[in-house]
Design a protein around this ligand. Structure first.
Ligand code: SAM
Length: 345
């Protein structure tokens, strides 16, 4: 989203700025939101807000990487303000000088590459209610996208899936939800708890070795996965795991009468797609960025050879509004949402 594209109120634009700062958005996006909050320039009010409301909020929670981030933001801010006729507030120079002089321990930076982020889902937007109802999720993430078999970083599909869960709360409320297929830093699990899922399981589950029996014993009602379709070697295992979790022989999914359902033929029927009545069989919602079309096609092929139906429900289930409008680095349009269910003969 272009920061200047949507006019927003003073309060909203300051909320965006703070939310973006706490989410550790890249400096150029933050500067753009700072300009938007100042009505086109980074006014002294905006600078003071960054010092008083944003930076202060992170003191005591952040890591060495957060200090590095703040130093960089302050530097970019000063450069941006100095390049105009606006005045740089004295405290901004002082704060920058402070971050210049504190030791950024290279050893610590190397050993602990975690950064503290707070992802704020703006549930209050357009609701005429206080920002107290916004969901604030503190996370420790790695900047190394490959660390922990890619599970230590935050991926866009988990932002998308969390927005989906928070937008269709009734689908997940009081359900046993299972995010053992690559839960990463746990954002989706927290969103599920927020909407009142009856049980949320996030465990280490290697797809290759998980036994059918073990998987069937879980008996979840809803299975979730974000950004798990990317390695062709793992795809047959992933499909096997999904088939076992969704299979009619799974031990009694809570609240389930009939155990299997065919593919939804009437894909225009949004109600059918979101309904979560007692008799509905378990389903999986998988959010994915298609980085390699061949890999994605391979997933569809393997799924087609198994008893699974895969529907792309991205367009139909688009949340009416973004809950992360300040996250300019997050390209929502790159994510697809798939609904996977077990096919009857
Ligand atoms: C790209 S990350 C996505 C993490 C998280 N869902 C998110 O969206 O932020 C992929 C996840 O799939 C998990 N994964 C990949 N291959 C796996 C396998 N063979 N068995 C179990 N988990 C696997 C990784 O450990 C990681 O948590």
């Amino acid at each position: 989203m272009d920061a200047g594209a949507e006019p927003c109120s003073d309060v909203t634009s300051f909320l965006y700025l703070k939310s973006a700062f706490l989410a550790m958005e890249p400096a150029h996006f933050l500067i753009s939101l700072a300009r938007q909050a100042g009505g086109g320039s980074i006014t002294t009010k905006v600078q003071t807000f960054i010092l008083e409301d944003c930076i202060k909020d992170i003191v005591g929670k952040g890591t060495e990487l957060n200090n590095k981030y703040i130093k960089n933001i302050l530097q970019k801010l000063i450069v941006a303000v100095e390049s105009t006729s606006d005045i740089v507030v004295e405290d901004l120079y002082e704060k920058f000088a402070y971050y210049l002089t504190i030791q950024l321990d290279d050893q610590l930076l190397e050993e602990n590459n975690r950064i503290y982020k707070q992802i704020t889902f703006l549930l209050s937007l357009g609701q005429k209610c206080s920002s107290a109802m916004d969901l604030k999720v503190p996370l420790q993430c790695s900047l190394n996208m490959l660390e922990g078999d890619t599970g230590c970083a935050l991926w866009p599909s988990s932002l998308f899936l969390s927005e989906f869960i928070l937008s269709y709360q009734e689908v997940f409320s009081k359900k046993f939800c299972f995010e053992q297929i690559g839960s990463g830093v746990g954002l989706v699990g927290i969103a599920l708890l927020h909407v009142g899922a009856s049980r949320v399981e996030c465990k280490y589950l290697p797809w290759e070795s998980a036994s059918k029996r073990e998987l069937q014993d879980y008996g979840p009602e809803i299975i979730l996965g974000a950004d798990v379709i990317y390695d062709p070697h793992c795809i047959p295992h992933l499909v096997r795991v999904l088939s076992a979790l969704l299979s009619p022989t799974s031990s009694e999914p809570k609240g389930n009468g009939a155990n299997c359902c065919g593919p939804t033929q009437d894909t225009d029927d949004v109600d059918k797609l979101i309904r979560n009545k007692e008799e509905e069989a378990p389903v999986a919602y998988i959010a994915t960025v298609i980085r390699n079309q061949k890999t994605f096609d391979y997933f569809l092929r393997v799924a087609a050879e198994s008893p699974l139906s895969v529907l792309d429900i991205t367009e139909m289930m688009k949340p009416s509004m973004s809950l992360l409008p300040y996250m300019l680095s997050y390209d929502r349009s790159s994510v697809h949402l798939l609904k996977v269910s077990f096919l009857c003969n």
